[in-house]
Write a protein that binds this ligand. Sequence first.
Ligand SMILES: Nc1ncnc2c1ncn2[C@@H]1O[C@H](COP(=O)(O)OP(=O)(O)OP(=O)(O)O)[C@@H](O)[C@H]1O
Ligand SMILES: C[C@@](O)(CCO)CC(=O)[O-]
Ligand SMILES: [Mg+2]
Length: 397
Amino acid sequence: MHARERYISAPGKSILHGEHAVVHGKVALAVSLNLRTYLRLQATSAGKVCVNLPNIDTFLSWDITALKSLLSGWKADCSSSELDSNLVKRLREFMAITDGSTDTRSMAVLAFLYIYLSVFADAEVLPSLSVCVWSELPTGAGLGSSAAFSVCLSAALLSARGTISTPLIQQQNTARWSDAELELINKWAFQGEKIIHGNPSGVDNAVSTWGGVLRYHAGMITPLSRVPTLRILLTNTKVPRSTKVLVSGVKDKINKYPSVMTPVLDSVDAVSQACEQTLADMATEGASTKHYNILEDLIDINQHHLNVMGVGHSSLDTLCRVTLAHGLHSKLTGAGGGGCGITLLRPETEPSVVQAAVQELKEAGFECWETSLGGPGVLLHSSNSITQDTLSILTSY
Ligand SMILES: Nc1ncnc2c1ncn2[C@@H]1O[C@H](COP(=O)(O)OP(=O)(O)OP(=O)(O)O)[C@@H](O)[C@H]1O
Ligand SMILES: C[C@@](O)(CCO)CC(=O)[O-]
Ligand SMILES: [Mg+2]
């Protein structure tokens, strides 16, 4: 281990179009948010690994010797991009997780232990360390909290192992890794997502790693450079849901009704492509009413498709109805089933209109915030570049 202490952050994301369809090889457009997950890793000499996850009220530690025994007779298969089922099985037994359990706390800890043991499997000794992760993102609400969590873990453990650099030099507040290093971070974060999600497309971890606005198609990541600044209202319906369960429900529906569902997925693909084209036109021609009319139509069409896929929820219907009454168009974002939705605001939308809509949404029990899109991907921080509030949470465990 090089530095005794490191701080890392990674952003959440919003999917503009293509959630669920992207799992089945269609195009998705996704954008990073200015809400982030923060991680502090501290090298210790306690002979233990400690994990503190205050967002999910989970605080655990293990003796290094117990973790070491999990590696006996196990050989990492570095050639495969699949999860190592043998290691997952050992960890499930170690943590006494019953088969088929999707208990959220267990999945987060399982993801941590999986990445820790895999990254340090060929090290001479397993290091003693303490990790604390805390997020500004609501967990399990469609804003990519699982991906931001996995990206932070992956970056922290790879840099603690020395597999990637620790690029922060003196006096710098934040630093980014090289493209090759980001690819490695993304690869291990994807494994974390597989543990938490089941069958992720990889779009969420890609946005959290690279930041900005991305087109994601069958593992191909294309940053979109010609994108206008969009005003988006985010609403959290606060209805809990599990991405893993929703993704597998859509798969069941496709298997049951392939000829019905395939055209729906194709249409979502066309929506994503039409949106990409409109955003490019807006950036080159200047945004006009015509462009916003198209973006609003695409939002409405996609929201209907997501309902057909079975990932809508009455809370999301309320969001769409309330905002439409104020002339605003909304759709769910992420896996749906509750969680968060996005509402497009036009440049000329009066603050009073937004305030009136927000007031009604709050009365329905929802939480809203206007957000800026396209923040930086995973970052290494100096401690003084992290706000005092976040720092005091990360250092209090
Ligand atoms: N800050 C965190 N601390 C610990 N675990 C976390 C944290 N953030 C996310 N997780 C893990 O990720 C799970 C939520 O992942 P899930 O994929 O269901 O939702 P999401 O990522 O917020 O939404 P979506 O996948 O639709 O964007 C949590 O239950 C937990 O296991
Ligand atoms: C629902 C989904 O498409 C997006 C979740 O943010 C799942 C995935 O792509 O992994
Ligand atoms: Mg997720």
